[in-house]
Design a binder for this molecule. Structure first.
Ligand code: K7E
Ligand code: CUA
Length: 675
């Protein structure tokens, strides 16, 4: 029986070669079997393919790598997974296929994105960016620092409906609808100035969690001397955002839990046995606030003094009960379970962690909480059963200055694994292994979890390590933070690329490396430069879980995903004037705008409702007015509204920005602004 493509690939180098020979070259070979064998090189390839491999200096392993990651032209479904990557300070989200690592899309989120018309005068995007803005300095925030994307989940598995992502810089969160891969909402989260912890969703998307990074000054009008009163003046906030049926944040059902000002870091949601709880790292429990010009220790020194920091163990189900009972305080419009209440009512506990931890990750069965500390070569594995027992038995070593009970390290830790230098983040596969990124060592460590995955001396053991290039931050295994990881691949998100790519100036791309998890040893398959911002976390979803639309039903407003009241049919185009307001209902199709001439007076308010009446996939038109900073993308069926003051007199040649047809260049019109 012939081997399947997958079996061939799993057979490694020879298998790959066999695939090439059998599938491509064998047919073209003029001679007999002996001739074929004689012409094969070290790769196992034959004839023309071997010549190409030689010319390109590809080793047998390289040929296998190529076969494992290649997607043939025209194979629409050659990528089995999608990465949704944070775009770092680009403020966007990148969608990338696996195993090809081809960039499929950049989704405009916190930063205006001209191709999508995101933030350029169109009603289907600008309000999203504007609504998420409260910037005392300039009124409009035009960037964000995206770190942690999180898919909506059902029963702990990704359900392909929504993706949430934080703005680490400005304490905001965005919602992307996966039906059209567009940002629908940006929320400026009350009481958060910066955010890091999460974003993570609870296992049935009951809540989207986001928390502070640097603590917030509670009373912003009292900045004078506040750093000297740091422990009293600042607080952290763990935020539970409820979402409505459309995936949008529902503030009426949302709440926060006030936290000590310990600089909360990366968090994860409990799952299965630990469902109902979330876990947050912290560093700087010393509450160092700097002052290195005033003779005080720099923040980095002050923050690393103690041997331990704290993992925050939060019982959100209990918090929900307190909120329902009205045991909250409203701060800036948000219902907050105060620190005092949280400590007294069993909502918040602290578990010591080796100093300066970064990530906490919950194992697929929910039974282990894995913490990695930047300054400690171990991963520390907490047993959820142990944590629960310690809480029930009030097995505390004391309380912190805010009255929060501190669990005993030895009572809650199952064990530690020495993985190497600078461990940061952990992902999981379906076989009970954890994969931890080692920033300092530039490597990925593979290690075994405890029972029920591994017993006795097989548990909590380092089993493999692979070098990556270089300085890895996050890593992602396929659906590797869900209850059902898919294994197969891992992507290392390396911060530095140094010598991996041609020099493209002084700012170098990051390096995404695809790692093969199917063999006994981890194996690097490919390097992909990311030259668009610095990604942090990425989630990887099985491509078939996402059911994206090909076109909008004609007349759809992407903001509501419903029929826009100002949508029109062909032939119903019209212009109405009321005083100094000119309102236009225009159609957009190959290859004209109707109306194509529009005459207004200088100073008029112009409201244009544009309907793309196309039903053909990919028949997108643009609408751009020179000088007015107006630039829309109208996907097939989309309705968008632009609203502007005709403040400059003259003739303005508006045009379609997408090469949509043979007469695309003719798809233009005139905005005449008379004075
Ligand atoms: Cu480690 Cu913001 Cu998740 Cu960067 S964070 S690496
Ligand atoms: Cu429409 Cu070009």
């Amino acid at each position: 029986m012939p081997l399947t493509r997958r079996e061939l690939i799993q057979n490694g180098a020879v298998g790959a070669a066999a695939l090439a020979v059998g599938g491509v070259i064998g047919k073209n070979l003029p001679g007999g079997k002996e001739e074929e064998a004689a012409s094969q090189g070290a790769t196992g390839l034959a004839g023309q393919a071997q010549k190409v491999a030689d010319a390109r200096k590809l080793s047998p392993d390289d040929v296998t790598r190529a076969v494992k990651t290649f997607v043939a032209p025209g194979n629409q479904h050659g990528d089995e997974f999608f990465l949704f990557s944070s775009g770092g300070h680009s403020g966007q989200v990148f969608v990338i296929g696996v195993p090809s690592l081809r960039l499929l899309k950049i989704i405009g989120v916190f930063t205006p994105e001209p191709w999508q018309g995101h933030g350029y005068g169109s009603d289907s995007s600008s309000p999203v960016i504007k609504a998420g803005t409260s910037n005392p300095a300039s009124g409009m925030l035009t960037w964000g620092d995206t770190h942690h994307p999180a898919f909506s989940e059902t029963k702990g598995e990704y359900d392909g409906r929504y993706c949430y992502i934080n703005d680490r810089a400005n304490g905001r969160i965005a919602m992307i609808d996966l039906r059209d891969f567009k940002t629908k909402q940006i929320l400026d989260v009350p009481n958060l100035q910066s955010s890091h912890g999460g974003v993570f969703v609870t296992q049935d998307t009951e809540y989207v969690h986001i928390s502070t990074k640097t603590p917030t000054l509670v009373d912003m009008s009292k900045a004078d001397g506040a750093l000297d009163r740091f422990p009293d003046a600042f607080r952290g906030y763990s935020t539970f955002l409820a979402v409505d049926k459309k995936g949008r944040f529902d503030m009426a059902r949302s709440f926060q839990v006030e936290l000590p000002p310990y600089t909360q870091d990366l968090s994860d949601s409990g799952k299965l046995v630990s469902h109902g709880w979330v876990f947050l790292n912290s560093y700087n429990s010393e509450m160092a606030a700097g002052g290195n010009m005033e003779g005080k220790p720099a923040i980095e020194t002050g923050a690393s003094k103690g041997d331990y920091d704290f993992m925050h163990v939060i019982n959100w189900k209990k918090a929900v009960e307190l909120v329902a009972a009205g045991k909250t305080m409203t701060i800036n419009g948000m219902r907050v379970v105060t620190l005092e209440t949280a400590a007294a009512e069993g909502v918040l506990y602290l578990a010591p962690e080796p100093r300066s931890p970064h990530g906490v990750d919950v194992s697929p069965n929910g039974a282990y909480l894995v913490v990695a500390g930047k300054l400690d070569p171990h991963v520390t594995v907490y047993g959820w059963d142990k944590v629960q027992k310690a809480i029930a038995a009030k097995d505390f070593s004391g309380k912190d200055r805010y009255g929060v009970p501190i669990l005993k390290f030895d009572s809650v830790v199952s064990g530690q694994v020495e993985v190497g230098g600078g461990p940061l983040h952990t992902q999981f596969d379906e076989n009970g292994y954890g994969y931890t990124s080692l920033f300092v060592e530039s490597a990925v460590a593979k290690w075994s979890l405890g029972e029920p995955y591994f017993k006795g001396d097989k548990a909590l053991k380092l089993v493999d390590k692979v070098s990556v290039q270089y300085n890895i931050g996050h890593l992602v295994a396929m659906e590797g933070d869900t209850v059902k990881p898919q294994g197969k691949y891992l992507v290392a998100l390396n911060k530095w690329s140094i010598d991996r790519f041609p020099t493209v100036g002084t700012l170098k791309p990051q390096n995404f490396q695809l790692v093969d998890l199917t063999g006994e040893k981890m194996n690097i398959l490919s390097d992909t430069p990311i030259g668009m911002g610095e990604p942090h976390y990425v989630q990887a979803i099985r491509a078939d879980r996402i059911k994206a639309w090909e076109v909008y039903p004609v007349g759809t407003n992407p903001l509501t995903m419903e029929k826009d009241p100002n949508a029109i049919e062909l032939g119903k185009e019209r212009v109405e004037r009321k005083g100094t307001t000119v309102e236009v209902w225009a159609s957009v199709k190959r290859s004209n705008f109707k109306p194509d001439n529009l005459v207004v007076k200088k100073g008029d308010r112009v409201i244009m409702h544009l309907t793309n009446t196309e039903t053909t996939p990919d028949a997108t038109h643009g609408f751009a007015i020179p000088r007015y900073n107006i630039n829309c993308s109208l996907d097939p069926g989309e309705v968008t509204t632009v609203d502007f003051i005709a403040s400059e007199a003259g003739a303005f040649a508006f045009y379609c920005t997408e090469f949509c047809s043979a007469l695309h260049l003719e798809m233009q019109g005139w905005l005449m602004v008379t004075s």
